[in-house]
Design a protein around this ligand. Sequence first.
Ligand code: ATP
Ligand code: MG
Length: 252
Amino acid sequence: MLCEASHNVAKTSSTRNLAYSLAEMGQRVLAVDFDPQTNLTISFGIAPATVKESTASLMMKMLMDEVLPDKDSYILNIGRVDLIPSKKALTVAEVNMLIERQDDCLDKLLSPLRCDYDYILVDTGPSLGSLTINAFTAADGIMIPFDAELFALVGLKELTDTISKIKQNLNPKVEITGIFFTKCSKRTTLYREISEQVHAAFGHLHIFESRIPATVKVGTANSKGLSVMELDAKNEAAAAYMNLAKEVLANA
Ligand SMILES: Nc1ncnc2c1ncn2[C@@H]1O[C@H](COP(=O)(O)OP(=O)(O)OP(=O)(O)O)[C@@H](O)[C@H]1O
Ligand SMILES: [Mg+2]
């Protein structure tokens, strides 16, 4: 399982395109929208208002110890990728998780589904609140997108410190799968420097070779409910996400 976390660093775009790429490579993939912003759901061409069951309703049922509906009622098939969509009401579940200190609701939802998939990709929101803690508690691995333009080494340190605490207290199996660079411009010397600095500060972590180039096509694809490969297979970001998926498989 992979999931990600920080603000506007291309978590959702990467979950969307990595899910598509892994599925294209024959993997059984489930994508989970665990952000009340519902951007992942929209990026799959699904209007959240039309959805009956979502991570919001499922988390509320978990919290109230209600029986879950049949999985066919909440798993949507979108091409080769399966999706559990989200709704804004996930914020209500988040507050309840916080009050009741429930860190393992998502883990309980996903555990019975693990055998059906090779990869379950959970898209988290920008804050390190109880939803993200739930995601980290459920995860085997965490993929960290690093926005090369923002270059927020301090944010990366805060995130890796939080993951260490989760590992100690809630989820001993969780590992950082690796860091990958997103929104990269063509300035190769700059990326060599950035890469060196990230290696120097986080040398113990895996840093993926694949760099996702900056291109408006990623945003255009998201808004059309497509992966960037479906929008423009020749686009460099499409190739970069395919390469990233290959690296993920090679490191599995
Ligand atoms: N490779 C890219 N090149 C250019 N723009 C990109 C790229 N990837 C993502 N973006 C844009 O950056 C913005 C943030 O992307 P995205 O929504 O995937 O980030 P996020 O980390 O999920 O954000 P949030 O913290 O709000 O959940 C969007 O406008 C998206 O279109
Ligand atoms: Mg997002």
